[in-house]
Design a protein around this ligand. Structure first.
Ligand SMILES: [Ca+2]
Length: 185
C-alpha cells in the first residue's frame, strides 16, 4: 500500500530556472551546464516500508552510503513484486538511471530489478515502459543508459517474487540539449 507520508523535498521548477538562466546570463551557460540529478527534490514512495530506517526518500537523499544501519537506504517489506517510485514533478526525456545497491549484505535481493518510466500511475506506475537494467554488485553504483524515455514517474520493481527491495541511492538524468540561441543577442 502506498504511503503518501513518505515524502521527500518538494518544489522545484527546472524548466523555469533554465530559461531564466539563459535569458539573464547567456554567455555563462554555453558548455558549462552540469547535469542535474532529477531525483533530488522529487517525491519518493514505495510498496511498503520495513522500518523507520528504510523510508523511501532515503534513496534520493543525495548520499550513496550503502550500509543500511546508517539510514540512507530505502527498504520495503518482503512484498510480492516490491516497488519504489520517484515522482520527478515534471516530464523529462530520461536517458540514464544510476542505482546503488546495499553494501552490508543481501546482494541478491536486487536481482531482476527493472526500471519503468512513464506518466501513468496505473498499477502504481509499474505498467509504464521498461528500460534496460542488469546486475548490480554488492554496494556498487551501476549506471544504466538507454534511448530517451519520456516520463514523470520512475519506478524500480522486482517482479515475480516476494522480496525486500533495498535501494541506497537512485539518480535520474535526462538528455541534455545545449541552448543554441545563447548568442542570439
Ligand atoms: Ca541514499
Amino acid at each position: 500500500m502506498e504511503t503518501e507520508t513518505q515524502i521527500t523535498r518538494r518544489a522545484h521548477a527546472p524548466s523555469l530556472k533554465l530559461s531564466l538562466t539563459h535569458a539573464m546570463f547567456p554567455s555563462l551557460i554555453v558548455g558549462t551546464v552540469a547535469e542535474r540529478n532529477l531525483a533530488l527534490g522529487g517525491k519518493a514512495v514505495q510498496s511498503t516500508t520495513n522500518s523507520g530506517l528504510g523510508v523511501a526518500q532515503n534513496a534520493i537523499d543525495g548520499n550513496r552510503q550503502s550500509i543500511h544501519a546508517l539510514g540512507s537506504c530505502s527498504v520495503t517489506n518482503g512484498d510480492k513484486d516490491p516497488w519504489w517510485r520517484v515522482d520527478l514533478l515534471d516530464v523529462y526525456r530520461v536517458t540514464r538511471v544510476s542505482i546503488t545497491n546495499r553494501g552490508d549484505c543481501c546482494e541478491k535481493r536486487i536481482e531482476g530489478i527493472q526500471i519503468r518510466i512513464g506518466n501513468s500511475l496505473e498499477n502504481n506506475g509499474n505498467n509504464n515502459q521498461a528500460a534496460t537494467v542488469g546486475p548490480i554488485p554488492l554496494g556498487d553504483t551501476k549506471t544504466f543508459e538507454f534511448k530517451p524515455v519520456s516520463g514523470r514517474y520512475i519506478n524500480l520493481i522486482v517482479p515475480g517474487r516476494n522480496e525486500y527491495l533495498t535501494l541506497c541511492e537512485v539518480e535520474v538524468y535526462r538528455i541534455f540539449a545545449p541552448c543554441k540561441s545563447a548568442y542570439r543577442y
